[in-house]
Design a protein around this ligand. Structure first.
Ligand SMILES: CC(C)(COP(=O)(O)OP(=O)(O)OC[C@H]1O[C@@H](n2cnc3c(N)ncnc32)[C@H](O)[C@@H]1OP(=O)(O)O)[C@@H](O)C(=O)NCCC(=O)NCCS
Length: 183
């Protein structure tokens, strides 16, 4: 969906703009998905699983921009994509349509500057504006920094999914289930 851009100051004094992703971001978004998957094991995809073409990504970003139930947010620093975060509904069946899920990842060089906190705060207000009543997510049990971010942003842990992730080295990793109730 479309939403107003919002600017704030990072911990290092630079400016960061939170704005909707746009079809023109397609090339940068593909690079971002590959690089962030290379930089951290805590995302669902491996770099070789990012198979979008610029055309297909452009089409997806255009569709998401017009989707009133989805928020795709880019964080822009010095004119470049520093990260991306999104809110999407779980479906339109009446028993689950009050829920949405959140995803977030930043390039490593932008960690710990306050971007994650600002994105989740803005996404939470946009999710409430859409009409969602809660945000759900799953986070790898060994991803301590993301869990600390979510707790700080008002999420509570509500369970654990055993062996939810299997890495290429054969190791299994649990996920923690977290929920934030929206006002
Ligand atoms: C998780 C992630 C989005 C955090 O974003 P961020 O912009 O670095 O977070 P912030 O700077 O807003 O920090 C918010 C809080 O998170 C916690 N935090 C962030 N990085 C941390 C770290 N390396 N170690 C411990 N706590 C950390 C702290 O509680 C911090 O609050 P504080 O600065 O007041 O102490 C970012 O590290 C990232 O993109 N990681 C890789 C992808 C990922 O794991 N995504 C989540 C998948 S479920």
């Amino acid at each position: 969906m479309q939403f107003e851009a919002r600017e704030f100051t990072l911990r290092d004094g630079r400016k960061c703009i939170l704005r909707p992703t746009h079809p023109d971001d397609a090339d940068e978004m593909i690079r971002y998905m590959r690089e962030t998957a290379r930089e951290t094991e805590f995302l669902l995809r491996y770099p070789d699983e990012v198979n979008y073409t610029p055309e297909s990504e452009r089409e997806i970003l255009g569709r998401l921009l017009e989707d009133p139930y989805t928020v795709m947010m880019a964080a822009i620093v010095d004119g470049k994509v520093a990260g991306n975060a999104s809110i999407s509904g779980l479906g339109f069946k009446r028993k689950i349509r009050h829920r949405c899920q959140l995803a977030i990842a930043l390039y490593r060089e932008y960690w710990q500057l306050g971007i994650g906190t600002a994105m989740i705060s803005y996404l939470s207000s946009l999710a409430a504006r859409i009409g969602y009543e809660q945000i759900d997510l799953e986070v790898a049990a060994d991803n301590a920094s993301a869990q600390a971010l979510y707790l700080k942003c008002g999420f509570q842990a509500s369970g654990r999914r055993l062996r939810a992730l299997k890495f290429d080295d054969g190791s299994y990793h649990d996920e923690v289930i977290m929920t934030k109730l929206l006002p």
